[in-house]
Design a protein around this ligand. Structure first.
Ligand code: NOJ
Ligand code: CA
Length: 717
């Protein structure tokens, strides 16, 4: 850091009093709190002798009341230690250790009555969480937050992996620049995104990843986003600093609170190794334990569905091509069918058969309900009623058929972002689901939000998504939300909220320039830090000109990399997204999707570098089976995987699904080869990944017959 810059911060913030320091359990990190001479609360974070976050101010601005920024005195401090191991209902590991030291500083503002503010810091070995807590005191009762002034003053112009700050969408691919080069207006070139609100050129979203010139990785996000807007970050490109930027509501306020109240946790994960960022449980640990007592009905699953065929243009969501329909008064049965409607009874049966034949838990059906003739773009409040099927979708017959085949139907509730309409109809819709045998819903928020003027990531909608998850839990319904605010670990508290999209999914490959080959090497370091993503992997027909003659659109990976994503992008509700006929063309590669687990006992991050590569091995929950996914960006590479975590003295069959010799994401994406070997704890696998490629491996205990018929891995003793 430049000397001038250090002097700048000292000058700006002043000399400190009332200092407090806590160290993380193994003393890797230290958190320092102090008040500036002006009585401003400040904190800094160090890792050994290195500064991570330089002295940074904390504070909140209120509407029509003096700000909670300065003139504070410390009236109490409390330190404590917490160490507990808990079991997630589903997830990447069987057990999670929650181990931190806590510092709570209670502040009072001079000359402002007895307004109290507590700053609570939790310091883990791999990161920090802190939040503001407002006591009910003096004139702090109902209050409106007009701004939050949390700073993160950095030590240099770090390499930054970012997407534009946007109040309505996270569906961008990542930009990698020094922090000083952030320009959020590149987001304007993403013209395929329906609703975008980029407030300024220096705003970025969390999770935000950085790498310092000394090789330290930092990831900024928030945990337990409840009753508050999402936090984006303003970048000061001159002095390398970040400041909280809350998503405003329709009249420009940020949050309406009533004391006692608290903000979400502001989080910083810190690590020398990129792999440890992926293994961090800081965000989950900062969320409350499950509020759902009996979780036996929550079932992770793989699913297929009537979905990709609409995205590639083979069929339609809408039943008729007439627009200007109205929810009330339209004779839906009398509409002239367009002959391309995907969600018909016959097609749904075909998917149920396919799911049953391949051991998948669910079938998603989009376009089953009336309203798709004019659902998007007109900012209409009444679009869907969530209870009326199109005339060619026989709910009762399909309920029986799915039950007979042991398959679950997943209902789709596209709200077209009319959250008011959904709130009015939600109870009826959930009762309807249960009556027709549906235990899982995919929600969607395409378009501009109603209440008009609200944003996808503002306080009103944050509360809405949580109401949906809570209400769904009351009906024992699992939720997969699309276009909702990005997750912040709330799936610990509401484990029925299995996944969200809230990022740029594979669907973009069908109808836009798609996602660059490095995209999936960045998602786990950014979007996935808050929770699983319904990315919809498993596309085998890579090039879209098959459906759209002359189209340059394609998935920017090899076929083998699509398999690897089932492991690298862990998600408890994981789609096999391609068309049945494409899986039937490649039955040997499809075998990996049939086999792979969606819920895990253990996870080993073998190697990882954001934007370059990720290799992860995971053990299936309750089974002695391991799965490995290795992916690379646009460059080819060799991934070396020592199988040291296999059970000792056991022999396994490794099925290796690798890129073929001539594979390349653009020139030859479907070139793959599958080989089988006997392996054990001493084996070191060498996987060759093509440009934009990947490899997937399944490991199962060898049978007596396997031991006789399958060869050992080359070079293994
Ligand atoms: C966008 C979602 O991401 C996608 O999965 C869905 O098919 C469409 N909206 C229609 O609801
Ligand atoms: Ca989407």
């Amino acid at each position: 850091m430049k000397k001038g810059l250090i002097l700048f911060w000292i000058f700006l913030i002043g000399v400190h009093t009332s200092a407090q320091t806590i160290k993380s359990p193994s003393k890797k990190l230290a958190l320092h709190f102090s008040l500036s001479v002006a009585g401003e609360p400040t904190y800094s974070l160090t890792a050994g002798t290195r500064d991570v976050i330089r002295t940074s101010r904390l504070g909140i601005e209120l509407k029509d009341q003096p700000a909670l920024l300065k003139d504070f005195t410390v009236i109490g401090t409390d330190t404590s230690c917490f160490d507990e191991t808990w079991k997630p209902v589903w997830g990447e590991v069987k057990e999670i250790r929650n181990h931190y030291r806590e510092l709570a500083v209670t502040l009072q503002q001079k000359d402002a009555g007895v307004r109290g503010l507590t700053l609570r810091f939790r310091l883990f070995d791999d990161g920090l969480g802190f939040r503001y807590e407002f006591e009910k005191s003096g004139n702090l009762n109902f209050f409106t937050v007009s701004d939050e002034r949390t700073e993160f003053n950095l030590t240099g112009d770090h390499k930054t992996f970012w997407i534009p700050g946007d109040y309505d969408s996270q569906e961008y691919f990542y930009q990698t620049t020094p922090l000083s080069q952030v320009n959020a207006f590149v987001g304007k070139q993403f013209d395929e995104i329906g609703v975008k609100t980029i407030p300024a050129d220096n705003v970025v979203q969390t999770p935000l990843l950085m790498k310092t010139s000394e090789g330290l990785y930092l990831a900024f996000h928030e945990a337990a986003l409840i009753d508050y807007p999402a936090m984006h970050l303003d970048v000061n490109r001159q002095v390398y600093s970040l400041r909280s930027h809350l998503v405003p509501d329709a009249v420009g306020n940020k949050a309406y609170l009533q004391a006692p109240a608290r903000t979400p946790w502001r989080t910083v994960i810190v690590s020398e190794k990129a792999a440890d960022i992926l293994a961090s449980k800081v965000i989950l640990n900062l969320n409350e334990p499950s509020k759902i007592a009996d979780t036996s009905w929550i079932r992770p699953m793989k699913y297929v569905g009537i979905w990709w065929e609409m995205h590639v243009g083979k069929s339609s969501w809408n039943y008729a091509d007439t627009d200007n329909t109205r929810l009330a008064g339209t004779d839906w049965a009398g509409l002239k069918p367009n002959g391309r409607h995907g969600a018909n009874t016959e097609n749904t049966r075909r998917f149920i058969d396919f799911a049953a034949a391949n051991g998948f838990g669910g079938v998603l059906v989009e376009g089953w309900n009336i309203g798709w003739e004019d659902w998007y773009g007109h900012w209409k409040e009444e679009v869907f009623d969530f209870v009326t099927p199109y005339p060619d979708f026989d709910l009762e017959a399909l309920k029986k058929y799915a039950a007979k085949k042991g398959v679950e139907l997943i209902m789709h509730h596209e709200t077209s972002s009319s959250a008011t309409n959904y709130e009015r109809r939600m109870d009826e819709a959930f009762r309807f689901m249960k009556a027709h045998g549906y235990d899982a819903v995919k929600t969607g928020y395409v378009g501009r939000i109603i209440p008009r003027g609200e944003h996808h990531d503002g306080q009103w909608m944050v509360n809405h998504y949580l109401r949906v998850a809570e209400k769904a839990a009351g009906y024992r319904i699992m939720v997969n939300s699309h276009e909702a605010v990005r997750p912040t670990g709330l799936h610990r508290t509401y484990p029925n909220w299995l996944a969200s999209e809230s990022g740029r999914g594979n669907e973009y490959s069908a109808w836009s320039r798609g996602n660059p080959p490095e995209h999936e090497t960045l998602l786990p370091f950014t979007r996935l830090l808050g929770g699983p993503m319904d990315y919809t992997p498993g596309i085998f027909q890579i090039k879209m000109d098959k459906y759209q003659p002359g189209s340059p659109n394609q998935v920017h990976t090899t076929l083998a990399k699509q398999l690897a994503l089932y492991v690298t992008l862990a998600c408890p509700i994981q789609m096999a997204a391609d068309l049945v006929e494409n899986y039937q063309r490649f039955p040997d590669a499809f075998q990996f999707i049939r086999d792979v687990a969606v819920d895990w006992d253990d996870t080993r991050i073998v190697e990882a570098e954001p934007g370059d590569y990720i290799t992860i091995a995971r053990k299936a929950r309750g089974r002695e089976e391991w799965f490995i996914g290795a992916i690379t960006d646009e460059n080819s590479r060799e991934s070396v995987v020592p199988l040291e975590w296999l059970a000792p003295e056991k022999t396994y069959v490794a099925a290796v699904y690798a890129d073929g010799e001539h594979a390349h994401w653009k020139d030859n994406p479907a070139d793959y080869r599958i080989s089988r070997f006997l392996v054990n704890q001493g084996t070191v696998l060498h996987l060759s990944l093509a440009c934009g490629g990947g490899a997937a491996v399944s490991l199962k205990p060898a049978s007596g017959k396997d031991l006789k018929t399958i060869e050992s891995y080359p070079g293994q003793n």
